[in-house]
Write a protein that binds this ligand. Sequence first.
Ligand code: GTP
Ligand code: MG
Length: 407
Amino acid sequence: MQKGYTRLLGIIGKPNTGKSTFFSAATLALAEIANYPFTTIKPNRGIGYVRTPCVHPEFKVDDNPRNSLCTNGIRLVPVELIDVAGLVPGAWEGRGLGNQFLDEIRRADALIHVVDASGGTDCEGRVCRIGEHDPLEDITFLEREITMWIAAILKKDWAKIARTAEADKKGIYGLLEDRLSGLGIKRGHVSEAARKTGLNPDKPTSWSDAEFEKFVDALRKVSKPMMIVANKVDLPPAKANIERLRKLDYTIIPCCAEAELALRRAAEKQLIDYKPGDSNFQITQSEKLSPGQIKALETIKEKILLPNGSTGVQDAINTAYFKLLNMITVYPVEDLEHLSDHNGKVLPDVYLVPYGTTAHQFAYLIHTELGESFIYAIDAREKRRIGEAAILKDRDVISVVSARKRT
Ligand SMILES: Nc1nc2c(ncn2[C@@H]2O[C@H](COP(=O)(O)OP(=O)(O)OP(=O)(O)O)[C@@H](O)[C@H]2O)c(=O)[nH]1
Ligand SMILES: [Mg+2]
């Protein structure tokens, strides 16, 4: 995995919505896919990609990508995805595959909630008549499951935590950070949740049960940001459901995971020219395709790519990184003239870092020693010096000047 701040994306939702299809399409890893609930039991982990326009055409150089891929000016930066078992109502109390599922998303930094926008699966993921189930119900249920799961972890000894927080100088932020570190929840998340709910962090013993739940719900939102992938757009009721989903306070990405999987597999066999996220494809070896396969590909083009602009899978991963997690891409180079590293490799790496990363923090990411001996950095586009506190921008190309030579 690349250097920089890697993040884990969790693909979650009730059973049978297309999570593993989405995962396979994004990673090309083999994952079991079937039209019944609980096909996935053990989680699948794999590598997908964030797609970004590479800087090499702008700088008029040819590049030698190392930690990422570059084709026709498109950089694909590897990122990790986890596809877990479906979640059913009551999972937090152990129903279905319950807590096991929840435990697997402990480390996820952002959640991609895959819903069946066609309404063809009931609240437990069993097949029903298309359009029969309301996917909006799946949103509220999933939010509640995760909130209740976090609440259950805290509830056991909440009274003690609240009392200690008032006596101990660590306070509620420090105590909850310790308590929830296994869930990737940090002090900043806890303080933001308290601020958002307007609860007094110095007096947690005074919080009512309802306030405690409101606080945990806010904590879920800030620590596990979530977006919605409205899958199965190829089925007619999806369109109207997506309009309704758009009224919610979530980023909604219309998606046809099945189409992306077909395109990615055809591209892998070099039958078509298609990069993840493209709005179109070209058949390159029509002689190797049966008339049925050609027809299926044409249908994907007409019914999915043309009306929606893409299948939505790549869009979802990009949205998770660039919008939910607010990350940017930055290219480190050593030699400013050639935009290369010390081996002459041009624009070898691109790092994903959170917006707000400074030039000095970036130097630490490249190499601890480079951070320690940092003098200034140079922005290769503007050809000017930037100081340690300068905040980097998306697609910056940065060279760090340090007091010590790197070995
Ligand atoms: N029409 C349509 N069907 C899809 C799409 N994506 C997935 N499916 C189908 O939905 C069914 C469930 O897909 P899976 O990927 O196994 O779903 P899952 O959410 O991983 O299911 P569990 O592992 O049981 O929780 C399969 O029959 C898929 O072929 C899509 O975009 N459109
Ligand atoms: Mg699955």
